[in-house]
Design a binder for this molecule. Structure first.
Ligand code: C2E
Ligand code: CA
Ligand code: CA
Length: 678
């Protein structure tokens, strides 16, 4: 769960941030490129178109010169001067043959293709005013820096103020570039100085255009930035929502899982010992029923706030579901956690003095792994979800009580849980396959050592788990309700065994069968028992029904009714485990029982204990005077047998005489007994 939550959380974060960043960077770069290209293109287009006419003039002069050369015209240089362009004539090795004006041609040259002609022409940058130069892609380029300098100059400024750029007043500028034209079959070059004259107006249009584009780009970028920030804020809100508990408005389970794991994983927290607590407000549901869900939720808010206040730095609390809270606490030892939780629970109970509140807490410690040298290993694989689950399992052990309490998780709980699962998984199969066996424990008369009865006790002979005594599985069946099936099963087998032994001529005695408390809520229980026994064809006096003392606290009328019917059908009914739990003296008064089984606890301590003897003796007298037979359970030593015999106890069921045994061994006892009789 933690992993899934973490993945989902990361997805939410990653998508938004990255898409915004990628978008922003992509558009920034794209617009910068587009803007630069557009301005450069536009500039070169303007220069280009103006230079074309200059090129044509220089070409004309070159042809003029060539013709003059051919005709040996001495007047040619005068003619050329009239054309008004400065020029240089060089030979093939670039030696200057003739100059008109000032030769400011620089070495920087390149081929340029003018947009209106297919020719590529060779151009040279001007050494003094080189603002136009052969740029990349065979286009003329403009040096923006110099251009800006000129642009910013005052229209009426004197030439000297802005130095070499300025050619004439009225805001005109002449930007020179030298254009070379081959003459004399390429043996000579006529290199004329072309002048690109621009006025400020042109330049300003260009600048405004560039500016507008820049503004546009900036606007787009700002819009995107705003969108990204909005996105970011929205995402923060989303994360907040994702982590907020709707009831307490504090942190929720997802937050606990993700942030908790992150905190525990941090290297800086490695040396701190942490405990995970599953805390439950036991009375929550009841409180909601008695008041309202809204006030119940208000109370949860108060509880949450109170807990938060008790937390130290690097401790956490979240509301899980209904009355549940999850906590991460720092601790030194088990006792300190216990002390803190007790204090916390006390404080929580004081939130509303008018009500009696209770809180149950389960605690599981984060187990820290160490390397061979005893150094702590990073908590890379920490799974806070399963540690919390362990804490909850520990808390669940308190569940039968509704009082406040604290329980700690240990490994035996896991084993218990695993065992519980296995038993539940196998129970039906085991029943169908007759894996459950009936053992018989004989009951003897202590005065005559005569076999007077037996109790049927279940055993599970499991192919997977071996031979199991009832303590391992009966409590589980009692909880999950399977016990009623077991009771039927036992009764059926005991009735069948008795019938078989009777038919075989054994001297049978009554066998008691345990009927669990859960069974007694069924109103037709007596009929069910009768039918099962009748199906086997066993006379009813050979079957006795044992009820545990605790059953007598349930619906007394129903119980009385069932007992009455059972007696009517001719079954003896006994009260099992008398004296073990709450006193059932009161029940003795109302219920017409046949047998009183004194609980084994009476015979556990010192056999010479006078007080114990008095209690047993009085219990026997009480039973006797109510016309009941008395059976003492769990008797192991001779002194007890003798004492009980003296007190008039009717039967003893205990290891002194016999342990529970399989049916065939028990049958041998009956046989042996009947032999001594005969
Ligand atoms: P229980 O009904 O009180 O049965 C008597 C238990 O005391 C039996 O334990 C028996 O073996 C034991 N016991 C008898 N004499 C002595 C003795 O001298 N010393 C000691 N230490 N123990 C003695 P077992 O068979 O383990 O059964 C335990 C409990 O499981 C039973 O207590 C009963 O509550 C339940 N149980 C057993 N079989 C069934 C059944 O078929 N149905 C139901 N509903 N419960 C059963
Ligand atoms: Ca019993
Ligand atoms: Ca008993």
């Amino acid at each position: 769960m933690a992993n899934k939550g973490e993945k989902r959380y990361r997805k939410v974060k990653r998508i938004n941030i990255w898409s915004a960043i990628v978008e922003f960077v992509f558009f920034s770069i794209l617009s910068a490129i587009v803007m630069a290209a557009a301005v450069q293109l536009f500039a070169s287009y303007i220069i280009d178109s103006k230079i074309t006419s200059e090129y044509e003039r220089i070409q004309y002069m070159a042809r003029l010169y060539e013709n003059g050369l051919k005709n040996d015209d001495r007047n040619i240089y005068n003619l050329l001067v009239e054309e008004g362009h400065e020029y240089v004539i060089t030979d093939a090795d670039d030696n200057v043959l003739h100059i008109n004006g000032e030769n400011t041609r620089s070495d920087v040259s390149g081929m340029v293709r003018l947009s209106e002609s297919d020719d590529e022409i060779l151009v040279y940058q001007d050494a003094v005013r080189g603002f136009v130069y052969p740029g990349r892609n065979n286009h003329l380029a403009l040096d923006f820096k110099g251009f800006r300098e000129w642009m910013s100059a005052d229209d009426n400024a004197e030439e000297k103020d802005i130095g070499h750029i300025y050619e004439s007043s009225q805001g005109m500028i002449n930007l020179p570039i030298w254009i070379s034209v081959d003459v004399d079959n390429g043996n000579k070059h006529f290199i004329g100085k072309a002048l690109y004259s621009a006025n400020r107006h042109d330049a300003r249009v260009l600048t405004i255009l560039a500016g507008a584009m820049a503004v546009l780009v900036v606007v787009i970028l700002i819009t995107m930035l705003v969108a990204a920030i909005k996105n970011f804020v929205r995402q923060r809100r989303m994360i907040n929502l994702y982590f907020t508990d709707m009831v307490t408005e504090g942190h929720n389970w997802s937050w606990f899982l993700i942030k908790g794991e992150r905190m525990l994983r941090k290297r800086s927290n490695l040396k701190t010992k942490y405990a995970i607590v599953s805390l439950n407000f036991v009375n929550y549901r009841n409180y909601c029923i008695c008041h309202s869900v809204a006030s119940g939720e208000r109370l949860l808010c108060e509880i949450y706030t109170y807990i938060e206040k008790q937390l130290d730095k690097k401790e956490m609390c979240a509301h899980t579901t209904s009355g549940g809270f999850a906590l991460v606490l720092k601790y030194n030892d088990k006792e300190s956690v216990k002390g803190r939780l007790e204090e916390l629970i006390e404080g929580l109970c004081r939130l509303d003095e008018e009500h009696h509140f209770s809180f149950q807490a389960g605690v599981a410690f984060i187990e820290d792994a160490k390397d061979r040298k005893g150094r702590l290993l990073p908590r890379k694989d920490i799974d806070i979800d399963s540690v919390y689950n362990n804490a909850s399992a520990a808390r669940a052990t308190l569940a039968p009580s509704v009082e406040s309490g604290i329980a700690f998780f240990d490994e035996s709980l896991v084993e218990e849980q695993i065992w519980l699962d296995r038993v539940q998984e196998k129970q039906q199969y085991a029943l169908n396959n007759e894996e459950f066996m009936v053992y018989y424990q004989p009951k003897y008369d202590p005065r005559t050592n005569e076999l007077r009865g037996a109790e049927a006790l279940i055993r599970w002979n499991s192919p997977e788990y071996g031979f199991l005594s009832p303590g391992r599985f009966i409590p589980i069946f009692e909880k999950n309700g399977f016990i009623t099936e077991i009771d039927h099963y036992m009764l059926k087998h005991v009735a069948a065994d008795q019938k078989k032994w009777l038919d075989e001529g054994y001297k049978c005695v009554p066998v008691s069968v345990n009927v669990s408390r859960a069974h007694f809520i069924e109103s037709d229980l007596a009929e069910q028992i009768r039918d099962i026994v009748d199906e086997a064809g066993t006379p009813h006096e050979y079957i006795e029904i044992e009820l545990t003392e605790s059953a007598f606290f349930d619906d007394k009328m129903a119980l009385l009714n069932t007992i009455g019917k059972l007696k009517n059908y001719g079954f003896a009914v006994s009260m099992d485990d008398f004296g073990s739990g709450y006193s059932s003296l009161n029940s003795l008064k109302d219920l017409p029982l046949d047998v009183l089984k004194l609980d084994a606890e009476f015979f556990r301590g010192d056999s010479e204990d006078e007080r114990a003897k008095i209690v047993v003796s009085e219990a026997i007298k009480l039973g006797k005077s109510l016309n009941m037979n008395i059976v003492a359970e769990g008797v192991e030593i001779k002194e007890q047998v003798d004492f009980l015999a003296g007190e008039g106890c009717d039967m003893i069921q205990g290891y002194y005489f016999a342990k529970p045994m399989p049916g065939n061994e028990y049958a041998d006892r009956m046989k042996a007994d009947s032999k001594t009789e005969s």
